[in-house]
Ligand binder design. Structure first.
Ligand code: CDT
Length: 314
């Protein structure tokens, strides 16, 4: 019998600074109920879904940003989501800013099952942007100030009768992210994102944001034989236009559903997990075809190094 997860990608439109947690959670609840009405087993929300994307502003005293973070999960603000999971038997994945009891700050995504229990928690590994104020920019991308990179790596959890992994926004651009999970047999990767369309260090990339978003997630899905669910917080948030184009991608690399708007919007796909095998057991049979003995640079080296021309064999 085939294993099918019906998954909803619950894209959010902008969350402005003036929007309260209560406003946002009401929008999440509406999307979650729609997802339940449409038979979803699981609904995926974006990165830092509960607030505006606050790393676009510098605050001298980081503790002034504490109110953007959750100090526990479930936090009081999201109790209704956990209750809805239980009442309607639907799981969810939610991105939020996490402030730990010992003062660490992470960009985090949680996976909750159909009973409302936390199954897994992922903390963002690849933290983009910059760590100090750069007032010359039209807006900041201070993730490296507000979040520390996780050293926990990429987990894969057994949930929804599947192997489920998570990644957050910039992680999706790195092939290592998918491969780490691919090597654990991942069947569905859940990814929330906030991607400003204007890339300040190289504006020639602006027009390519949608292309790059699809390119990396489609490649990651195909090369690892996994479903990928990419979910945006898009639209114009505090004057910054962000990419929408949330998508559900099959292990073939094909996009099976994509949002049409830059607002709150749910897309749904029934994902046959056994499709993963078509790729994992053929062209991407890792055990048969990978050559890890030749990939040492992947783990031993961070930046680019070149030792000169390799020896030419006679
Ligand atoms: N949230 C996030 O990771 N956004 C980045 C923007 C990169 S530009 C600083 C992304 O990769 O989409």
């Amino acid at each position: 019998m085939s294993r099918i997860i019906t998954v909803g990608a619950a894209q959010l439109g902008p969350v402005q600074l003036s929007h309260s947690r209560t406003d946002v959670v009401a929008r999440l609840m509406a999307l979650m109920n729609q997802a339940a009405d449409r038979g979803c087993d699981l609904v995926v929300f974006p990165e830092l879904a509960l607030t505006t994307f606050f790393p676009r502003w510098f605050l001298d005293d980081i503790s002034e940003a504490d109110h953007f973070y959750e100090t526990e999960m479930p936090s009081p603000a999201v109790q209704s989501l956990f209750q809805c999971a239980k009442d309607r038997s639907i799981g969810f994945s939610l991105g939020y800013a996490e402030l730990t009891t010992d003062g660490h700050r992470f960009n985090t995504q949680v996976l909750v099952d159909k009973t409302g229990s936390v199954v897994g928690k992922y903390r963002k590994v690849h933290i983009p942007g910059h760590a100090s104020n750069e007032p010359g920019r039209p807006f900041q991308h201070l993730e490296r100030y507000y979040f520390e990179p996780s050293d926990e790596g990429f987990g894969v959890w057994h949930a929804f009768d599947a192997k489920v992994g998570m990644m957050i926004c910039n992680d999706r651009r790195w092939p290592e992210t998918y491969r780490e999970m691919g090597l654990q047999g991942v069947e569905m990767i859940l990814c929330g994102y906030n991607t400003p369309i204007h890339y300040v260090p190289d504006p020639s990339q602006d027009i390519l944001q949608g292309f790059h978003n699809a390119l990396v997630m489609q490649a990651g899905a195909y090369q690892n034989g996994t479903w990928v669910v990419g979910v945006a917080k898009g639209g114009v948030e505090e004057g910054v236009d962000s990419l929408a184009q949330s998508a559900i991608i099959a292990p073939s690399g094909q996009i099976v559903a994509q949002t049409l708007t830059t607002d709150d919007e749910l897309i749904v796909a029934s994902c046959d997990l056994d499709w993963c095998k078509r790729y994992k057991e053929t062209l991407f049979d890792f055990d048969k075809y990978r050559r890890p003995e030749l990939y040492k640079r992947h783990v031993e080296q961070r930046g680019v190094k070149w030792d000169g021309n390799p020896t030419v064999r006679p």
